[in-house]
Design a protein around this ligand. Structure first.
Ligand code: GLV
Length: 307
């Protein structure tokens, strides 16, 4: 089996059996400047630009692609017929869940307002806007829009906090979904970006939310119609927003979202941990061993993927 992998030391170590590598697999490495020629059975996609990705996906003889991301929007629609796609939600689910919990707690405790006040050397309560409330997560209705690996992790982390957690799935009937949105104190977007989910949060959806509700996006920026969100925030219809992903991304310096005090922005880092590359290489090793042993690895993405 010949496999193309990112050119990173952690992935190069997979060629060395005494360092926990995979015997019997020929590994070749690509980077943005170089994609190896010739046929290969599989490609492990990570940290590539669109042009390198397109070249990798045209590799002759390709049978499978493993993308070490949770999202698959960069691959779907670009994959040749008959090539199996695997993703790596399990590499990211804990970090994204911890990031989401951090956002919930930061907002509940007003940390963003105190951090802004710190920049002005301003002590205590004058820092808080008059309509903000300091609280806990006790009794809050938290709606997870998208309820897969990451949603289950968030639910587990929230267990000691006394919140009521409900999930929306693609099978949830629209009237039930809208009732959940109407009752939510927080809506957390965990959806993949697909033709069905792009723009699901728009002026109509935002109008369902109760005054003071917060919105979090740790899915993909284009799930939200950004102008509609900005308007809802400017009109103080929402309590605030916690955004790890935005549309456009990166957010231009002049974008109004930067100026809104009740918006917490992190730059698409929800899944980042300092040991991510090492963990990605371990996941790849386990994946290749599964294939060598004739087992189907975890993460197969099937047609009509839902949430
Ligand atoms: C990050 O956004 C991912 O999809 O893994």
């Amino acid at each position: 089996m010949r496999v193309l992998l990112p050119d990173l030391p952690e992935f190069r170590a997979l060629s060395q059996p005494d360092e926990g590598g995979v015997p019997g697999v020929t590994l070749d490495h690509y980077d943005r400047a170089h994609v190896p020629d010739g046929p290969a059975d599989g490609v492990v996609l990570w940290m590539t630009g669109p042009q390198t990705r397109e070249r990798l996906l045209r590799t002759p003889g390709l049978k499978w692609v493993l993308t070490l991301t949770a999202g698959i929007d960069h691959v779907q629609g670009h994959l040749p017929d008959g090539v199996a796609l695997f993703n790596a939600s399990r590499l990211h689910d804990r970090a994204v869940a911890v990031h989401a919990l951090s956002g919930l707690l930061a907002a509940a405790r007003g940390l963003h307002t105190f951090r802004d006040a710190q920049g002005r050397a301003q002590w205590a309560s004058p820092a808080l806007p008059s309509d903000s409330r300091l609280g806990t997560l006790d009794g809050l209705n938290i709606v997870l829009w998208g309820h897969g690996h990451i949603g289950r992790n968030i639910e587990e982390l929230l267990a000691p906090h006394g919140a009521h957690v409900r999930g929306i799935r693609s099978a949830t009937p629209t009237d039930e979904r809208d009732d959940l949105l109407r009752a939510a104190d927080w809506v957390i977007l965990l959806l993949p970006s697909t033709p069905d989910t792009r723009g699901v949060v728009n002026a109509d959806t935002l109008a369902l939310l109760k005054p003071g509700a917060w919105l979090m996006n740790v899915g993909r920026g284009n799930l939200i119609v950004t102008d509609d969100l900005v308007q809802a925030l400017q009109e103080h219809r929402l309590g605030g927003a916690f955004l790890d992903v935005t549309d456009p991304e990166p957010l231009p310096a002049t974008h109004p979202l930067w100026q809104l005090p009740n918006v917490i922005i992190t730059p698409h880092v929800a899944s980042t941990t300092t040991d991510l590359v090492r963990r990605g290489a371990h996941l790849t090793r386990d994946f290749l061993i599964d294939l060598q042993q004739g087992h189907e690895p975890d993460g197969r993405v099937t047609a009509g993927r839902t949430y």
